[in-house]
Ligand binder design. Structure first.
Ligand code: F6P
Length: 527
């Protein structure tokens, strides 16, 4: 892949962009109340289905002209060709000279590396089955009774994806196994998890693409020390450790037995890696069949993204609307509101996916951009957030587009679930429509845009489709913004300085940091 060169015309000087600016100027003052009043068929027109999900985007600040203009920008940015390049395995992650082929992790044909993917998945499922049957850690589960405890040690993409999926699919998890996720280097995270586990029943997965991440290696070291201290001579790493990494030699050198080192590849971004062996803890928790269903859901969304024309392409439409709100309407943040307790980890997962991907300040050619890139993503499960920050969404001064994620059916009391869904609809409606009142303190200005993603229920399949939807939305948005979604150079400097501070080799630290270090040293000495 050729390194992108400076575009002949800067993005903001291009006709498509200018047309959008002009359109914004002419429509910015319109209220959604009036747009709905003027178009009774709006909800049907601005809605579509894909991979079992329904997207309602009629509560967006758009007219019939807006999306065609945004699709004009997509054409100018060669979005369909960029989508083709991703599925073809081109080095679309051009600053690291690599493909970004997470789609290959759930594909059945038509993409590179399928044999490698299948071979590793076979090993992953084999280990998952051994853990589910208690053969590993062997003697575990029966010697001390109770379930096998699988503890994933990882951070960022090596934690957030499996943590989300395992949490979302709790009701698909058998009783013979408990999955835990330890991510923080704060010892309380690991110690808190180990407090409830018998060493004989513990199995640790050291999940680190680079196998250099200090937090994960520190947690792995302390987990090993904990086992050694309790099992003594009977400690056998083959019964208690696996590793998932694109540096298998480092994992072996660390002491993970060859058979338990599951490779991942540099053509998979950490934040796109749930579908690889990074999902081992999930496969162990829900079993290979349900993990296959998760992959199938994502594959269905891949097929939609790869083949649907932009006008009927759900990830492309969400990307275009996100850009319309953040760049043209100036929304600096975007709130994700899953009305589903099992999806409470989704906002955290999407924070990495969205912000580590599109939190960039230079375009593909390396020039500083003169427009905003990724909005800040945040959120929490509904209706919990309603009793915390929704006041600001309704009567604050910020434009905050929202994604309501609403599985209609599910386990438990039907009435309570109906109440949950009713609240999601009510929030999206009142944020859009608002309400006047003689008392200014009670006025709801409304016109807050939102998407509603509605589906039957949360299953491995619908979860797979939902996550893949956002993966593709993020990629499409990066193309519209003319940035690289797949690198994350910005995370390295902080790691380097942290190491220097920790080992006292920092030579040109600022005075404030030096002073803080001195205070911390004094506090440590005081004990
Ligand atoms: O520091 C950010 C990051 O590199 C993420 O991109 C990645 O998901 C995470 O750290 C963990 O990295 P690894 O899987 O290599 O331990």
């Amino acid at each position: 892949m050729i390194m992108p060169t400076a575009p002949a015309t800067p993005l903001t000087q291009n006709p498509a962009w200018k047309a959008l600016l002009d359109h914004h100027g002419r429509t910015a003052g319109q209220h959604m109340r009036d747009l709905f009043a003027a178009d009774p068929g709006r909800a049907q027109r601005f809605g579509l289905e894909a991979a079992g999900l329904h997207l309602d985007y009629s509560k967006q600040r758009i007219t019939g002209e807006t999306l065609p203009l945004l699709f004009g920008l997509a054409a100018q940015q060669q979005l369909p060709e960029r989508i083709r390049q991703m599925f073809a395995g081109d080095d679309i992650n051009f600053t690291e000279h690599r493909p970004a082929l997470h789609v290959a992790l759930r594909a059945e044909s038509g993409v590179p590396f399928l044999d490698e993917v299948r071979a590793v998945r076979k090993s992953m499922y084999g280990l998952a089955e051994s853990l589910r049957a208690g053969r590993v850690p062997g003697g575990g589960g029966d010697a001390k009774g109770g379930p096998v405890h699988v503890v994933n040690l990882g951070i960022g993409g090596s934690d957030l994806g499996p943590r989300l999926a395992a949490g979302a699919l709790t009701r698909y998890t058998g009783a013979s196994l408990k999955a835990h996720f330890v991510t923080n280097v704060d010892p309380s995270d690991l110690d808190g998890t180990l407090a409830g586990i018998a060493p004989e029943n513990a199995f640790f997965i050291v999940t680190s693409k680079s196998f250099t991440t200090m937090e994960t290696l520190s947690n792995a070291e302390r987990a090993r020390d904990w086992l050694k201290a309790r099992l003594g001579a009977s400690f056998d790493p083959a019964r208690h450790f696996a590793a998932v990494t694109s540096a298998p030699e480092a994992a072996r050198a660390w002491g993970v037995p060859e058979a338990h080192v599951l490779p991942m590849w540099d053509w998979v971004g950490g934040r796109y890696s749930l579908w690889s062996a990074v999902g081992l803890a999930v496969a162990a928790a829900v079993g290979p069949q349900h993990f296959d269903e998760l992959l199938a859901g994502a594959r269905a969304m891949d097929e939609h993204f790869r083949t649907a024309p932009v006008e009927r392409n759900m990830p492309v439409i969400m990307a275009a609307l996100s850009l319309w709100n953040s760049v043209f309407h100036g929304a600096e943040t975007h709130v994700v509101l899953p009305y589903c307790h099992e999806l409470r980890e989704l906002p955290s997962y999407l924070q990495q996916l969205q912000m580590e991907s599109n939190g960039k300040r230079v375009n593909r050619a390396g020039q500083a951009v003169d427009y905003p890139t990724s909005p800040v993503f945040w959120g929490s499960a509904g209706t919990v957030g309603q009793h915390s920050f929704h006041q600001l969404l309704h009567q604050g001064t910020h434009l905050i587009p929202a994604d309501f994620i609403v599985p209609v059916n599910g386990p438990g009391d039907k009435e309570a679930r109906h109440m949950l869904v009713a609240n999601a609809f009510a929030q999206a409606s009142t944020l859009a429509m608002g309400a006047d009142n003689a008392d200014p303190h009670r006025v709801h200005p409304g016109n807050q845009p939102s998407n509603t993603i509605l589906f039957d229920r949360l299953t491995p399949q619908s979860l797979g489709a939902l996550i893949a939807l956002y993966e593709h939305k993020v990629y499409a948005e990066s193309i519209l913004l003319d940035i690289n979604a797949f690198d994350q150079w910005g995370v390295e400097l902080g790691k380097k300085v942290a190491r220097e501070i920790q080992d006292g080799t920092g030579t040109n630290l600022d005075a404030s940091t030096k002073a803080l270090m001195a205070r911390a040293d004094a506090l440590r000495k005081a004990g």
